[in-house]
Design a protein. Structure first.
Length: 165
C-alpha cells in the first residue's frame, strides 16, 4: 500500500512539472497543436486516479494559456466547481475569476446550471462568479435578485448585484 501511494505521489509530481512546463512553452497564438494540448489537459480534470493536486495545477495554469479557447477553459473550470475535493473546487473558482469577462453569455449559462446545486458552497461560489459576468437585464441578474431572498445567499447575492454595471 505504501509503495503504491509513493508511486502515485511520484506520478503526480511528474504530471505537475509537466503542466508547468507546458504552460511555459504555450504558443501566444491559437494553433491546432495548442488546441489539442488544451483538450488533453482538460481531459485530466475529470476526477480520477491522478488526484486532486494535478487537477488544481491544471486549473491554476488555465488562465495563463492565452492562446487557448477561453470558452473550453471556462466550461471545464465550471464543471470543476462541483468536484468532490474542496481544493479543486476552490482552484476552479480562482481560474474562473481570471478567465471571466463581463457579458460572457456562455460562462453565464454554465454557471446558472449550478445555481440550484444542493451544496451551499457551490451555490455561494456560483453567485459570486455570476457577479463578474452578468450584465444588466440578463438572466443572471434576475437569478441574483431572486437569490437575495435566500437566507444563506442573500449577502453574497447583494454583493454580486452591486458589481453589475
Amino acid at each position: 500500500m505504501a509503495a503504491s501511494t509513493a508511486a502515485l505521489d511520484d506520478v503526480e509530481e511528474v504530471a505537475r512539472a509537466a503542466v508547468q512546463a507546458i504552460s511555459a512553452l504555450w504558443p501566444p497564438q491559437p494553433s491546432q497543436q495548442s488546441e489539442f494540448a488544451l483538450d488533453a489537459m482538460l481531459a485530466k480534470l475529470e476526477p480520477g486516479p491522478l488526484g486532486a493536486q494535478l487537477r488544481c495545477e491544471i486549473l491554476l495554469v488555465l488562465p495563463r494559456l492565452t492562446g487557448c479557447s477561453r470558452s473550453k477553459a471556462t466550461s471545464a473550470a465550471t464543471a470543476c466547481l462541483v468536484d468532490p475535493d474542496v481544493s479543486v473546487s476552490n482552484a476552479a473558482v480562482q481560474a474562473i475569476r481570471k478567465l471571466s469577462q463581463r457579458g460572457d453569455t456562455a460562462l453565464e449559462e454554465a454557471l446558472l446550471r449550478y445555481a440550484g446545486h444542493e451544496d451551499v458552497e457551490v451555490r455561494r461560489s456560483v453567485v459570486e462568479l455570476l457577479g463578474l459576468v452578468a450584465t444588466g437585464g440578463s438572466r443572471a441578474e434576475a437569478t441574483l435578485r431572486s437569490l437575495q431572498e435566500d437566507e444563506e445567499l442573500s449577502s453574497v447575492a447583494a454583493s454580486a448585484l452591486r458589481r453589475i454595471p
